[in-house]
Design a binder for this molecule. Sequence first.
Ligand code: UT7
Length: 327
Amino acid sequence: MRAAITGVQGYVPDYVLTNKELESMVDTNDEWITTRTGIKERRILKGEGLATSDMGQRIVEGLLEKTGTHPDEVELVLCATVTGDMVFPDTANTICHKCGIKNAFGFDINAACSGFLFALTTGAKFVESGMHKKVIVLGIDKMSSIIDYTDRTTCVIFGDGGGGVLLEPSEEEGFVDADLHGDGSGREYLHMKAGGSLLPSSEETVKNRQHFVYQEGKSVFKQAVNGMANSVKTILNRNHLDKDDINWLVPHQANMRIINTVASSLDFPIEKVMINIEKYGNTTAGTLPLCLWEWEPKLKKGDNIILTAFGGGFTWGSVLITWAYDA
Ligand code: UT7
């Protein structure tokens, strides 16, 4: 028994934050952002009281409609995110509540940019084991809620959005293999300092601007390239596949230079790499499902697809799937 993706849906908020607008907020310019990251614009979720679960609601409602699934049929909802509505409870259950999903359990997976890979693998195992027949896997982040818009080294990179897939049992195509990793020593390079049990929120932490993403970009960059490229190679070798057997590579959208370096170190043609970083920036757990959603019309039953990511933790890895349907 395999777990096949039988539908994919994405969502990005309407508000477009352009490089031009960022020029008026911090000391940066379109040329630097474009050449150093490949990003031209990103989406921002604006509006009082709107959170990650509201994007999740749009994604799940679209997914249910598109796949002809009734909310009562859904058995499990996994939400990969680092920007849940609240520190607790989890956001997956809030999304279920907002979508009228009453017969499911759910939980969040916190693995930063690799979150969707970790959640997809977890969801697939519940289907492969025969325990559940309809599992929704989401990757969504409202990064604007933890970005310091006075810090030019991070605010130009991140955006809001995400997507999700429905997993169902299949005897043919579906989830094939995963190569997943973690290294907690990477925490020092990419984290949010306050608001957790280590340094609870206080007047002091707010004053010191410690509730925002802290990133040492250069260190993360190097490890991201090696982590993603090595993990794709592991997947290829283990499954006796050559790069030419792969129809699409779906890399985490963190930096166009990282994507180019990974593709060239694998000698992988760039036309077969899904890239939308110029429009959405880095949406953390959202980038991979957003790519699948945008490319869905081009995907064919039987396509071999490798998804790969690297992010906070450090966490990283790759997943090999065979696509289960023609658009
Ligand atoms: O998704 C989770 C994983 N995250 C990643 O994979 C991100 C990995 N890292 C990166 O993508 C890149 O390291 C960044 C895009 C974050 C930064 O690019 P970089 O080429 O590594 O730049 P840098 O940090 O070495 O900075 C180079 C220069 C510095 O100026 P000086 O010290 O040389 O005078 C920065 O202050 O560029 C400056 N700089 C900027 N200049 C204009 C940094 N940010 C900006 C900016 N606009 N927005």
